[in-house]
Design a protein around this ligand. Structure first.
Ligand code: NAP
Length: 683
C-alpha cells in the first residue's frame, strides 16, 4: 500500500512532507498510511502572505460578498464530499459519523452564509448595539463598531472532526474578513488536507485566505502579534501549554480555547420508568456513547439518574449497549467504528482504569468483545463501557478524568439540588442536558447550573421529535464552556464572527458617525430632491435622502371615525374625563395607529414604482399625545440599505412625526423592499 504524502499549503504552494514528517496510522488496520509535516516550512512567508495578500482581499469584500463566497464553498464541497467519505473510514469513523463531520461541516458553512446575508450589513463595518446619546442636542454621539482584525487566524484543531472542526472556525473567520492558517491534528490531517484541496479547487477563495500546516507548526506561535488570533481545540493539557506561551501573553494575542469537558446528562425526578422522557434519556445516552466511538467533545461522560430509577436505568442501558455492533467502519451494519489510533485507545484504557477507582464497570470488557469484519488486534477498537459509581459525592476521578472514548459513568442523585451540585462538579463543561417534562426542574437547573456550562439542553416529549441531540453543537448557538472546557466560545451565529473582529468605540458628530457606520444617524446631513424618494430605485437612493411633508390637522371627527371603524374605542380616545384621570393624557387623544396611518398617507407616493412592499416597522415609540386640533408633520429619511437578492433590497427609513410646535410625537423605522430597476414588468 502506498504511503500518502500529506502536504501543507503555504503562500500559494503545496509543500510536501519531508524526512522529519510524522507518521499517521489507519485506525482500522493499524498500518502506516500517511506522513505529514515539513520542518522547513517558511512560516514568515506564510504569515506575510496571509497578512498582506489574503487579509486585504477579504477585507475588500462586504459581509454579503463574504457570505456569498461561503455559500459557494459549501455548495462546491457538498458536490465533492464523496472523496471525503472515502478517506474518512481510515479514521475509524462510520458513514453515520461522516454525516456529522462532513455533512455537518457543509451545513455549518450554509448557516453562516445565510446569517451573514440576513443579519449583517452589506458593508465592511458591523454595528454593535445602538447609538449612544452623549450630548443634550445630539451633536456628539457614540456608536460601537466592529472591523476585521488585520492579522491571521491560526486554527489548531483536534483529531476527532477533521472537516467540521475546520469549517466551524473557518466560516466565521472568513465572514469576519480574516485569512486562516489551519493546523489539523496529525492523526486525521489527511482528511483535512483533502478538504482544503476541494475548497481551494472551487476557485472561490481569494489568494491567501486559506493556508494549511500539516504536521508541526514550527515557531509559528512565536511570530504572532496583537492582530492575530489563535483558536485552539484539543486537550486541556495542550491548551494550557500554548496559552501560557510568554510571547502570546506579552503580545496580547487573542487565544480562544475549546478543550476537554466532563459533560453530563440528568434524568429529571419526574421521568420515571415508562415515561417518554425515560426512553428519550436512554436514547440520548446510547447515541452519545457510541457516535464517533465516544470521541466527541460534547459526549455524555457523567449520567445522573434519580436513585429510585438507577437500577432500572443500568439494566436498560446495558441491554441497549449490547446491541452495539463494533467493527469495520465501512460495513453498513456497524454501529460503532474504531478510535482514531492505538495511541488513543491506550490513553482511553488508562483513563478507564482511573475511573475504576471510583466506579464499577457494569458493561463492556475491553479484553473480551466482538469486532466484526476486521482484525481486532490491529485496529483501535474498544467496546462501549458503562461504569456505575454509587458514591458520586466522595468520588473524584469520575468528575475529573475525561476518557475520550465510548465510556460513561452512571450515578444516582437524591433530589434536584443534589443533581445540580453534581452537574457542576465537572468544573465547567461544554454542555449539560436535562431530560424532564417539569419546567420547574428545568428552571432550577438553569438558575443554579447555567454558570457552569456553555450550553444547557432540555428535552422532553414535546420537543424530542425535532430536537437536535445533546451532543450537536449548532452554528446558531454558542459552543464552548467555562473553566475546564477552556473558557472560550465559538459559533453562536454572528457572535462567533466577533472573535475575529475588533470592537471600537466611535465618538463624533452625526455626519461622521453616519459616514463610518453606513447608517444615517438622526441629526446628520439630509439630502432633499425634487423627486419623491419612492420613485427612486434601491441603488439611486442615498443615505440621508429625506422627504418632509406639510402639516396635517387632526380633528375630533377623525378620531371618532377611526375608533368606530376599527373598533378601538379605548377610553383615552373616547372619554375626556376618563382620559384626564390617566397620568399620560391631557384629555381625549388620537390613536397612535391613527397617526401612523395618517403618516403613511402623508409620505406615500401612490403610483406603481420601485417600492414593492412595506415589510414592517421597528422601534416604534409614541412620545407625546396628539389631541384634536393638533397637527402632525412627517419626516422620512433613508437610514440603511441592505440588498436581499438580485432584484431588490430592504430600505430602512427613519421616520419622525412632529407636532405644530416641532415636538417629537412618534418615531420608528419603516422597512420597505425596493426594486433595483424602475421597470417592474418582472422582478
Ligand atoms: P491535543 O493532543 O491537545 O491536540 C490538539 C491540537 O493541538 C492538535 O492539532 C495538535 O497537533 C496540536 N498541538 C499539540 N501540541 C502542540 C504545540 N506544541 N503547538 C501547536 N500545536 C500543538 O488534542 P487531541 O488529542 O487532538 O484532541 C482530543 C481532545 O480534544 C480531547 O480532550 C477533547 O475533549 C478535546 N476536544 C475538544 C473540543 C471542544 O470543542 N471543546 C472538540 C474536540 C475535541 P498534533 O496532532 O500534530 O499533535
Amino acid at each position: 500500500m502506498s504511503i500518502q504524502n500529506v502536504n501543507s499549503f503555504v503562500a500559494g504552494q503545496w509543500i510536501a512532507a519531508d524526512d522529519n514528517a510524522r507518521n499517521v496510522y489507519s485506525a482500522v488496520t493499524g498500518e502506516l498510511i500517511a506522513r505529514a509535516g515539513n520542518s522547513t516550512l517558511d512560516i514568515d512567508a506564510m504569515l506575510d502572505y496571509g497578512r498582506t495578500v489574503g487579509g486585504p482581499a477579504l477585507r475588500a469584500l462586504t459581509f454579503h460578498d463574504r457570505a456569498k463566497m461561503i455559500k459557494a464553498l459549501a455548495t462546491h464541497l457538498d458536490q465533492h464530499k464523496q472523496s471525503l467519505y472515502d478517506i474518512s473510514f481510515a479514521t475509524g469513523a462510520t458513514q453515520k459519523d461522516h454525516l456529522i463531520d462532513i455533512d455537518g461541516g457543509v451545513g455549518t458553512l450554509f448557516v453562516f452564509a445565510s446569517k451573514g446575508r440576513r443579519e449583517m450589513p452589506d458593508s465592511h463595518v458591523y454595528l454593535d448595539g445602538e447609538l449612544e446619546q452623549l450630548s443634550r442636542n445630539g451633536t456628539f454621539q457614540g456608536q460601537h463598531i466592529c472591523t476585521s482584525i488585520q492579522g491571521v487566524a491560526v486554527h489548531i484543531n483536534a483529531f476527532n472532526f477533521p472537516v467540521w472542526g475546520m469549517l466551524e472556525k473557518l466560516a466565521p473567520t472568513l465572514l469576519a474578513g480574516v485569512p486562516a492558517i489551519v493546523k489539523p491534528a496529525t492523526a486525521t490531517c489527511y482528511v483535512t488536507e483533502r478538504c482544503v484541496q476541494i475548497l481551494l479547487d472551487s476557485g472561490v477563495l481569494p489568494d491567501g485566505a486559506l493556508q494549511l500546516i500539516s504536521g508541526g507548526v514550527g515557531n509559528l506561535l512565536g511570530k504572532l502579534n496583537s492582530q492575530d488570533v489563535v483558536s485552539f481545540t484539543g486537550s486541556a493539557q495542550t491548551a494550557s501549554a500554548l496559552r501560557s506561551d510568554p510571547h502570546l501573553i506579552n503580545n496580547s494575542v487573542r487565544f480562544i480555547a475549546e478543550q476537554d469537558s466532563l459533560n453530563a446528562s440528568m434524568l429529571g425526578l419526574d421521568a420515571t420508568v415508562g415515561t417518554p422522557e425515560f426512553d428519550l434519556f436512554v436514547k440520548e445516552v446510547i447515541r452519545e456513547m457510541t457516535t464517533k466511538a465516544g470521541q466527541k467533545c460534547t459526549a455524555i461522560r457523567r449520567i445522573f439518574v434519580p436513585e429510585s430509577q438507577i437500577d432500572a436505568m443500568i439494566e436498560v442501558l446495558k441491554s441497549r449497549l449490547a446491541n452495539t455492533i463494533v467493527g469495520d467502519p465501512q460495513a453498513e451494519e456497524t454501529t460503532m467504528g474504531a478510535l482514531v489510533s492505538n495511541d488513543q485507545k491506550r490513553d482511553v484504557l488508562e483513563k478507564a482504569s482511573m475511573l475504576a477507582v471510583d466506579a464499577e464497570r457494569v458493561f463492556g470488557n475491553p479484553d473480551n468483545f466482538n469486532v466484526d469484519g476486521v482484525d481486532a488486534s490491529k485496529g483501535a477498537f474498544l467496546p462501549p463501557m458503562l461504569f456505575h459509581c454509587a458514591t458520586p459525592d466522595t468520588a473524584v476521578n469520575v468528575h475529573d478524568v475525561e476518557a475520550f472514548g465510548p465510556i460513561a459513568t452512571v450515578m444516582p442523585y437524591r433530589d434536584t439540588n443534589h443533581a445540580i451540585g453534581l452537574l457542576n462538579r465537572g468544573q465547567g463543561s461544554l454542555v449539560a442536558s436535562v431530560i424532564t417534562h417539569d419546567a420547574d426542574i428545568a428552571r432550577d437547573v438553569a438558575m443554579e447550573a447555567a454558570a457552569f456550562h456553555g450550553r444547557l439542553y432540555f428535552n422532553n416529549r414535546d420537543s424530542m421529535k425535532e430536537s437536535t441531540g445533546h451532543g450537536s453543537p449548532l452554528p446558531h448557538m454558542v459552543h464552548g464552556g467555562p473553566g475546564r472546557a477552556g473558557g472560550g466560545e465559538e459559533m453562536g451565529g454572528v457572535r462567533g464572527v466577533m472573535h475575529y473582529m475588533q470592537r471600537t468605540a466611535i465618538q463624533g458628530s452625526p455626519d461622521i458617525l453616519s459616514k463610518i457606520s453606513q447608517k444615517w444617524v438622526p441629526g446628520a446631513r439630509t439630502i432633499k430632491r425634487a423627486e419623491h424618494p419612492f420613485t427612486r430605485t434601491f441603488h439611486e437612493l442615498e443615505l440621508g435622502e429625506t422627504l418632509t411633508t406639510d402639516l396635517r390637522k387632526i380633528s375630533m371627527n377623525e378620531i371618532e371615525q377611526f375608533a368606530h371603524f376599527t373598533g378601538d374605542t379605548f377610553y383615552a380616545h373616547m372619554d375626556d374625563a376618563a382620559a384626564k384621570r390617566n397620568p399620560f393624557f391631557p384629555g381625549r387623544v388620537a390613536h397612535g395607529y391613527l397617526l401612523l396611518s395618517f403618516a403613511a398617507g402623508m409620505f406615500v407616493q401612490p403610483d406603481e414604482g420601485p417600492v414593492l412592499a412595506n415589510t414592517g416597522l421597528d422601534n416604534l415609540r409614541f412620545m407625546k399625545p396628539v389631541q384634536a386640533g393638533d397637527s402632525i408633520r412627517v419626516q422620512i429619511s433613508v437610514k440603511q440599505k441592505t440588498p436581499r437578492n438580485q432584484d431588490y433590497g430592504e430600505v430602512r427609513w427613519d421616520v419622525s412625526l412632529t407636532n405644530q410646535d416641532e415636538q417629537l410625537v412618534a418615531t420608528y423605522d419603516l422597512l420597505t423592499m425596493n426594486a433595483f430597476k424602475r421597470a417592474l414588468t418582472h422582478v
